[in-house]
Ligand binder design. Structure first.
Ligand code: PEP
Length: 275
């Protein structure tokens, strides 16, 4: 019902490196028969079209790391959600902490981005998470509530939404949340979604923050952790595939988002498939 794996390449890789990595991921997914694992690659926007064309026909989808609400306009340097969708991407990240803190994105803007993306047919991974000082001050739940409440307002297409819990202190630091910390936050987020009338039980909630092959299994073993948003470890096909293998091994086959019986030829059915 709700498994999902995502790779956030951030501002990394030259063109030929990006193409090689896509080709390696594609062949690993083919070779391992991982049709049951909805996977999204978020390359730098420059490589979006090439990624879409390289991964066509796979259960691997492509997403944009950022997008601007609207169709066209005088917004130098921006790329619209409509343009992203027209290039064949299926997903967009909204609310990543690097956008919140380095680029000062407000909850108002994040709400506009999320709704516009969904309106244009894109699914959204909405990222939430507390800073270290907020955690140490005992504010984790308040911060998560605020990030959910102030952005997921009004008409939200729940079937086009996944959440990523990414504690800011774990992103790119090598320090990951303990399985218990992740489970606590994920269960809390699911309860918030439930209270908003969302189909929370079927919505993917991903963990992100220094996920590695060495820690993925124990984090994925938690009941409310449905997958991962992987930064640094997604830049090498071997480590990304090793994390995928942990997710495949760690969750009951029947819990797959958009999964299909590997024996069957039936198409992906769930609204939460990667495509
Ligand atoms: C991220 O940027 O979303 C992320 C989780 O990064 P890393 O895996 O490198 O901590």
């Amino acid at each position: 019902m709700r498994r999902l794996l995502a790779a956030n390449w951030k501002m990394h890789l030259y063109p030929e490196e990006a193409i090689s990595l896509l080709q390696e991921i594609r062949s690993l997914w083919e070779r391992n028969g991982w049709q049951t694992l909805p996977t999204v690659i978020f390359p730098p926007i420059l490589y979006l079209r090439e990624a879409v064309s390289l991964l066509r026909g796979m259960t691997l989808a492509v997403g944009a790391q950022n997008g601007y609400p609207g169709e066209f306009g005088a917004f130098t340097g921006e790329v619209s959600m409509a343009q992203i969708a027209a290039c064949g991407a299926k997903w967009v990240l909204v609310g990543h902490s690097e956008r919140r803190y380095y680029f000062g994105e407000s909850h108002e803007l994040l709400q506009q981005k999320l709704k516009d993306a969904q309106r244009r047919g894109l699914s959204v991974i909405y990222c939430v998470g507390e800073t270290l000082s907020q955690r140490e001050a005992g504010q984790t739940f308040d911060v998560l509530s605020q990030q959910i409440e102030e952005v997921l307002q009004g008409e939200i297409l729940w079937e086009k939404l996944a959440i990523a819990y990414e504690p800011v202190w774990a992103i790119g630091t090598g320090v990951h949340a303990t399985p218990a910390q992740a489970q606590e936050a994920h269960a809390f987020i699911r309860s918030l979604l439930q209270a908003k009338g969302a189909p929370a039980a079927s919505m993917p909630i991903l963990y992100g923050g220094s996920l590695k092959p060495e820690n993925a299994s124990e984090i994925f073993s938690q009941a409310d952790v449905d997958g991962g948003l992987v930064g640094g470890a997604s830049l090498k096909s071997e480590s990304f595939a090793a994390i995928a293998a942990c997710l495949i091994a760690g969750k009951d086959h029947t819990q797959l988002a958009g999964s299909r019986d590997p024996q069957s030829e039936a198409p992906l059915e769930s609204e939460h498939s990667a495509h």
